[in-house]
Design a protein around this ligand. Structure first.
Ligand SMILES: Cc1cc2nc3c(=O)[nH]c(=O)nc-3n(C[C@H](O)[C@H](O)[C@H](O)COP(=O)(O)OP(=O)(O)OC[C@H]3O[C@@H](n4cnc5c(N)ncnc54)[C@H](O)[C@@H]3O)c2cc1C
Length: 529
């Protein structure tokens, strides 16, 4: 016997929580939200400053990429959130929507109705904007609080002064229509705690009788009749169960969504046949077009004790006590400022992003560890990478992990921009504002100056920015996976709403567009009903 709903949402991540919450506003619509992981009740989830402690825990699928051809054959840890809130429960909470031309590009690539003017109302609908900037491009009544950190590091101000000295203008709204310049990075913080879509949208919806949230429920594949998707099979507490609905929405993320399609026989025929999966619907683009921001961390050591390193157990206990009152150093997500730059004046939108991290990021295995000295880190990445990769099933067992190949640096143009990130970070730190600190460059290191050595170093140490998108691209060509109404091409009853449908990476960070996609999906689904 199958359980019957009006809409099934697969994956209670950033998109899934927002979508299920919006859809269940109509008391006549019965919504099932299924999540493989567990709840998000853990102080580490709530505490912005301890985000790094959540990878490789029950909140993380713990994926790893295949060996990267252009990164010295290294395999990169590739965290993806698992549990209520999904990746929004482990992310760094930065809220940067990108440049208006990102969305106009989506539209040009076939995502009709997703240009900037079309998507702006859905960003606004989500936002309870408390940052600076013009209000006509920001919403003030949405469920998602977007705000600056209430207590910032002194290194944040030093960085912003140095940027100004380097000729990078201060921009008081990096979510406005012109995002070039340096400024404060707003974050999704609710009362100085993590403000994921689970802790905002979903919390306000959980007592609705028409919304069923099932945790520990791993979806195994779709129930299909010809080209119609009738529902899903899932496993919960060791039992395989079935749920059916006229509409199933896949919100399993940029890894989970293409994986679930492929395992259900929806994807590139050749790939499916190669692992013994029956082809139900040949859709060559499923899993292709995977994009991510490759990340280089330039790091400096300082003597002045301006960072959290070396604090005693008493300091930490006091910080914890303050946090319970909604204040103090644990309320920051650390990513308080950064800059969007153009590598040359001819580019349409900033193609480089710098992120100031006001502590020394220790690298090694795992890739990020707690700081081992005072210092700071300026991360950088090309905002609109050209390199693409793919997600591909490796067997017909739904519980086997897919192969993840982000194809980092497969397009040589990205290497030039990685070099530009390092050059810009060095230029900022060479300004007068940093002079008092006498920063000592640790990486790339003062000896690495020529291009060849720098490129070798980039290949040796760069890592993910945790921003996979695009693996079920929206569009209207033969390789597109979903149409602009988010329905899977050639199938009835199945749509996708998450990071995977983004045709191109945004010039910022993906959680903001993912939430916008969920808002627009709710509208599209309501209109269909
Ligand atoms: C460490 C880290 C830091 C980040 N920092 C930022 C940041 O500061 N700002 C920003 O904008 N972005 C950031 N991101 C990226 C951002 O969080 C993601 O792009 C966004 O959360 C993706 O949302 P989603 O809904 O597409 O997927 P997810 O939030 O990953 O949701 C997918 C959900 O589906 C579930 N699922 C998957 N498969 C199945 C299955 N078979 N059955 C049932 N459930 C399933 C998963 O468990 C998960 O809960 C960060 C990411 C990471 C990992």
């Amino acid at each position: 016997m199958a359980d019957q709903f009006d809409v099934i949402v697969v994956g209670a991540g950033t998109a899934g929580c927002a979508l299920a919450s919006r859809l269940s506003e109509d008391p006549n619509r019965r919504v099932l939200l299924l999540e493989a992981g567990g709840d998000d009740n853990d102080p580490r989830v709530a505490t912005p400053a301890t985000f790094g402690a959540l990878t490789n825990t029950r909140f993380d699928w713990g994926f790893r990429t295949g060996p990267q051809d252009h990164l010295s054959k290294r395999q990169i840890n590739y965290p993806r959130g698992r549990g209520i809130g999904g990746t929004g429960s482990i992310n760094y909470m930065i809220y940067l929507r990108g440049h208006p031309s990102d969305y106009d590009t989506w539209q040009q690539l076939g995502a009709t109705g997703w240009g900037w003017e079309d998507v702006l109302p859905f960003f606004r609908k989500a936002e309870n904007w408390q940052g600076s900037g013009q209000t006509d491009v920001h919403g003030e009544t949405g469920p998602l609080t977007v705000t600056e950190q209430s207590e910032k590091s002194p290194l944040t101000e030093i960085f912003l002064s140095a940027c100004r000295q380097a000729g990078i203008p201060f921009n008081d709204d990096l979510n406005g229509e012109d995002i070039e310049g340096c400024g404060y990075f707003p974050a999704t913080l609710q009362d100085n705690k993590r403000g994921s879509t689970a802790r905002t949208y979903l919390r306000s919806a959980t007592d609705r009788d028409n919304l069923t949230v099932a945790t520990g429920a791993t979806v195994l594949g779709f129930v299909m009749e010809g080209k119609r998707v009738l529902g899903i099979n899932y496993i919960a507490r060791g039992q395989v169960r079935r749920a059916v609905a006229p509409e199933t929405v896949l919100s399993a993320g940029a890894v989970g969504s293409p994986h679930l399609l492929q395992i259900s026989g929806i994807g590139p025929a050749e790939l499916l046949q190669s692992v013994g999966v029956e082809v139900r619907h040949n859709l060559p683009g499923v899993g292709e077009n995977l994009q991510d921001h490759l990340h280089y961390r330039s790091r400096w050591e300082i003597d002045k004790p301006l960072t959290f390193f070396g604090r005693t157990a008493e300091d930490l206990a006091e910080a914890q006590r303050q946090f319970e009152e909604g204040r103090g150093p644990l309320t920051t997500n650390h990513f308080e400022s950064g800059a969007f730059l153009k590598s040359n004046p001819g580019v349409e939108a900033p193609d480089i992003e710098l992120l100031m991290i006001p502590f020394y990021v220790s690298l090694g295995a795992p890739e990020m560890r707690p700081p081992d000295r005072h210092g700071f880190t300026i991360s950088g990445f090309p905002t609109r990478p050209r390199s693409t990769g793919r997600i591909a099933i490796v067997s017909d067992n739904p519980l086997d992990r897919p192969m993840i190949d982000p194809g980092y640096l497969s397009d040589p143009a990205d290497i030039d921009l990685m070099l530009a990130c390092i050059a810009q970070a060095r230029r900022v730190v060479s300004q007068e504002a940093f002079a008092d600190l006498r920063p000592r460059e640790i990486s790339p290191g003062p000896d690495l100056t020529n291009e060849e050595d720098l490129i070798a170093n980039i290949r040796e140490v760069s890592s993910t920015s945790w921003h996979p998108v695009g693996s079920c691209r929206m569009g209207q060509d033969k390789n597109a996976v979903v149409a602009p109404d988010l329905k899977v091409h050639g199938l009835d009853g199945l749509s996708i709403a998450d990071a995977s449908v983004m045709p191109r990476m945004n010039t910022g960070h993906p959680q903001a567009p993912v939430i916008m996609i969920a808002e627009k999906a709710a509208d599209l689904i309501a209109a269909r009903a």
